[in-house]
Design a protein around this ligand. Structure first.
Ligand SMILES: NC(=O)C1=CN([C@@H]2O[C@H](COP(=O)(O)OP(=O)(O)OC[C@H]3O[C@@H](n4cnc5c(N)ncnc54)[C@H](O)[C@@H]3O)[C@@H](O)[C@H]2O)[C@@H](O)CC1
Ligand SMILES: [K+]
Length: 513
């Protein structure tokens, strides 16, 4: 699913109005009706108090139009207009008049007014600012927003939580609504998925207000949301006459004294992701461990007992996953530097290999083209330096990806895969996966997919999705706290199977005869 910018949404808005020969207030009416239907379906006329807080722009206009529909259906409402500017939008004014025709008089709130009382069981509709926010709200508006956040009432935001910018980072977190639910028009916004701004959104849903499908289809976006539909198009079915050689050979390089488990996890994950063959390359100390735990995996050992000192093999893998558990000693650093000088195969680079690269930035230019790097936030910071906010981080990663011709997987609650100018935002995974070895599993999955012939970007996107989905399925039986990396591996099979499951159909009860 494409994630459009505010500029693109405004453009879609203009094009739709022109093509359909409708007034902009008709588009607002569509939006308001969708909001109303959504609420009405769930509330079924319940007499709960609904407080609608509206700004003076079109987001406020949506709120005022929604208030009219709620009144027409007998709901118990109170409307407030937050008068933060004199520049009321045309459609806001049209809808204000329509509301007044029904003898509903909003409370106009200015900077010195006292704050209304809101009960814990009430509902707040947040229509203060939408995608038109272009500067941090004034202090008194921030106070209103804090008052709503503190009320403990359920907050339903129209389009975007008020106070969140659509395409830049927040400057004052105290001026942002904490939404329980966002009904977002036409597209979710990128900020719903970033670490700094995501926590302001508990749940979201898209309302289709029928913006011009042609424009939406043709417009390229900087970000895409990756769900089941997106990965289904990447999936490579198995061929009847395929053999294990058809599905590639993964080499997992890593491990050191006391950290052999990471290589076990990566190697097993590569196998479970479907790699035809898997070999592990480890220091001698891990030989028995690997052979005893993974009978399907072949093992090659370094000349050194405890650490990698010379990465040298005479097999022909088609991808190498490197870095897990390998440490950053001088010997291993030299081994990695020498390896990078000669290796031409695509790499999946993780953990200590990333840390070595951060400490020795001149090695970055030796990374083979189309390699996949999988840093967690700390590793990323060591690699690209500190960032101002999430947008700054994304821009820095885009530059890095272009400069070193690689794919960067920014791991997090919503992992983002960056390739050149574009980012792919993953939707699977859960907090239970913040556990030891979870990253090693991801490295193995992406390596295993790469081995099977998935292109680098596809392997990264598909791998991140599968890994998260396996974690989501696993957590249903383990709970967040007890989820381990091994559970994620054990559920890779279920994650594959789940891709082809049809959505559950509602059960129709048989009529009594
Ligand atoms: N496709 C669309 O674009 C549609 C948009 N609609 C609604 O329109 C919203 C956008 O409306 P607007 O462009 O009027 O903008 P907003 O309603 O988001 O903001 C109101 C106006 O306040 C001003 N402003 C921005 N930041 C401010 C600040 N910190 N303090 C004081 N004033 C500030 C700006 O001039 C802005 O236009 C969307 O979020 C959505 O809810 C819907 O009506 C349906 C169609
Ligand atoms: K809003």
């Amino acid at each position: 699913m494409k994630l459009y910018s505010a500029k693109q949404i405004y453009k879609a808005d203009q094009i739709s109005i022109k093509k359909e020969e409708i007034g902009s207030n008709e588009l607002m009416e569509r939006a308001a009706l969708q909001l109303f239907n959504w609420m009405h379906l769930r509330m079924q006329g319940a007499p709960v108090k609904i407080h609608l807080f509206c700004g003076i722009g079109n987001n406020g206009g949506d709120g005022i139009a929604l208030a009219r529909h709620l009144v027409d259906h007998g709901y118990n409402i109170e409307v407030y207009v937050i008068n933060y500017s004199e520049k009321r939008s045309k459609d806001f004014l049209i809808n204000l008049d329509r509301l007044k025709d029904r003898k509903v008089w909003p409370n106009f709130m200015n900077c010195d007014d006292s704050l209304p009382e809101i009960g814990k069981e009430d509902i707040i509709v947040d229509g203060i600012f939408g995608i038109g926010l272009n500067r941090t709200p004034d202090d008194w508006v921030a106070k209103v927003i804090q008052h709503l956040n503190d009320s403990q009432a359920f907050i339903l935001s129209i389009d975007i939580p008020s106070g969140l910018f659509t395409d830049e980072g927040p400057k004052d977190v105290n001026s942002i609504i904490r939404s329980n639910f966002v009904l977002s028009f036409q597209t979710p916004k990128l900020v719903f998925f970033l670490p700094e701004t995501g926590p302001f959104i508990e749940q979201w849903e898209v309302l289709d207000i029928g913006l011009d499908p042609e424009y939406l289809k043709e417009t390229e976006t900087d970000y895409e949301l990756i769900g089941k539909n997106e990965v289904l198009t990447l999936y490579k079915p198995r061929e009847k006459y395929g053999h294990k050689g058809t599905y590639g050979h993964s080499l997992i390089v890593g491990g050191s004294y006391g950290k052999m488990g990471s290589v076990c996890l990566s190697s097993k994950a590569a196998l479970q992701a479907g790699s035809g063959l898997v070999t592990s390359y480890i220091p001698k100390i891990g030989y028995v461990i690997l052979q005893a735990s993974l009978p399907e995996v072949m093992v090659l050992t370094d000349v050194d007992e405890n650490e990698l000192s010379n990465i040298n093999f005479d097999i022909k893998p088609n991808v190498v996953g490197i870095g897990v558990g390998m440490g950053t000693t001088k010997t291993t650093t030299t081994a990695l530097a020498n390896f990078l000088k000669v290796i031409k195969l695509p790499l999946v680079i993780d953990a200590d290999a990333l840390n070595i690269l951060s400490e020795n930035k001149d090695l970055l230019k030796s990374i083979p083209e189309d390699s996949v790097l999988t840093p967690h936030p700390k590793e990323l910071e060591r690699l690209i330096g500190k960032w101002k906010d999430d947008f700054d981080k994304l821009n820095k990663v885009k530059k890095f990806s272009k400069k070193y011709k690689c794919i960067v997987v920014i791991k997090g609650a919503h992992t983002i895969i960056v390739h050149n100018e574009k980012g792919y935002v993953n939707t699977t995974g859960n907090p239970g996966m913040a556990t030891a070895g979870s990253g090693d599993v991801l490295t193995g999955v992406i390596t295993g997919l790469r081995a099977q012939g998935y292109a680098a970007l596809d392997a990264a996107i598909f791998g991140v999705y599968l890994h998260g989905r396996a974690g989501d399925i696993a957590v249903e039986s383990t709970g967040f706290q007890s989820l381990t990396a091994s559970h994620v591996i054990d559920n890779l099979a279920n994650a594959y199977l789940d891709m082809f499951k049809l959505p559950e159909q509602p059960v129709v009860e048989e009529e009594n005869k």
